[in-house]
Write a protein that binds this ligand. Structure first.
Ligand code: ADE
Ligand code: ZN
Length: 327
């Protein structure tokens, strides 16, 4: 427990967490009771079983079922405030949270309700929990170019306070990164940072494409970069951080165990590694827990753990002054 308290107290940020995937178990159970048509169990034990993922595609189907129960601003605000409360418990005072507007619009949520829920939740997060939140609006890649266009238009038209970055999520296999290049170019010209998922469910070529075609400033996951020495050198040399999500990768079957996770190889090659939860209650993950798991698996010393935590702050899109204030 002393190590847990140590990690909990370290200044750190969460840089890779999806809003829908941050819905607490009690919130999901409540939503499931109100929306039986979604097929999400309203019973605690059954929900735990529902959250046992056979593979990545199965995980995404479950994720979409949870997403489909979110109908309006109150649901969004509840998630945002719940996430902030959890971040505060983990000793994190800043997070960049991925939101997928196109999916919510497809599920019938009006854009204004989404934006109001985000903005109200963000204000409450700061006031009630002392947690500052920023947004990443991401393209659900499996829905193709129309999703890319609509996500870009929504982001640039609405530009809510706190929007800092533009992303790309969903499956990677069969969903080439390069097709989304025009949307990333426009987003970057408008001042948004580029943070696509890459190398979570496909090989290093996807990470190269994220770097070359999408101008990635951080890589969501980046796990498979470990298989390519030239890519490791590129990420290290250009200081492009990776958002490693160890428990997520185990729970979706991408790596067999934390011990077998290539995070050690990423670190050994000088890549800037950050630790993140991705979809915490769905994976049974907590931010502090990710640090403890990796520290245990790799035998990290406290100073090395503190270094990982500092990476999360320095790799964020906060201003230099705001980073200094957090550290
Ligand atoms: N959406 C939610 N979680 C995701 C993940 N881990 N990878 C890609 N898309 C996601
Ligand atoms: Zn993710």
């Amino acid at each position: 427990a002393p190590l847990r308290a140590y990690v909990q107290a370290l200044p750190k940020a969460e840089l890779h967490v999806h809003l829908v995937g941050s819905a607490g178990i009690d919130t999901v159970l409540d939503l499931a009771r109100r929306h039986p048509e979604a097929g999400v169990p309203a019973d605690r034990a059954e929900l735990a079983e529902f959250f046992r993922f056979r593979d990545f595609d199965h995980f995404l189907r479950v994720y979409w079922a949870v997403q489909s129960m979110l109908k309006g601003r109150d649901d969004i605000r509840t998630l945002v405030v719940g996430l902030a409360a959890d971040l505060a418990r983990q000793g994190a005072r800043y997070a960049e949270v991925t939101v997928t507007p196109y999916n919510h619009l497809l599920d019938g949520m009006p854009g204004d309700e989404l934006l109001e829920g985000l903005t109200e939740g963000r204000a409450l997060a700061a006031a009630e929990h002392g947690v500052d939140l920023a947004w990443c609006f991401d393209i659900p890649g499996e829905k193709g170019l129309v999703a890319g266009r609509e996500t870009l238009l929504f982001a640039l038209r609405e530009r809510p306070d706190g929007l800092v970055s533009f992303g790309l999520g969903g499956p990677e296999v069969g969903v080439g990164r390069a097709q989304f290049a025009p949307f990333f170019t426009a987003a970057r010209e408008a001042g948004l940072h580029s943070v696509p998922h890459a190398g979570e469910t496909s090989g290093p070529a996807t990470v190269w494409s994220a770097v070359h075609d999408l101008g990635a400033e951080r890589i969501g996951h980046g796990t498979s970069a470990a298989a390519d020495p030239a890519l490791l050198a590129h990420l290290a040399g250009h200081r492009i951080p990776v958002e490693v999500c160890p428990t997520s990768n185990v729970r979706t079957g991408q790596v067999p165990s934390i011990e077998a996770h290539p995070v050690r190889r990423l670190l050994d090659h000088g890549v800037v590694v950050t630790l993140n939860t991705d979809d915490p209650p769905m994976f049974g993950a907590t931010l502090t827990g990710e640090y403890l798991a990796v520290a245990g698996a790799l035998g990290l010393r406290p100073a090395e753990i503190a270094r990982l935590a500092a990476n999360s702050v320095t790799s964020s899109f906060l201003s230099a002054e705001a980073k200094a204030a957090l550290l």
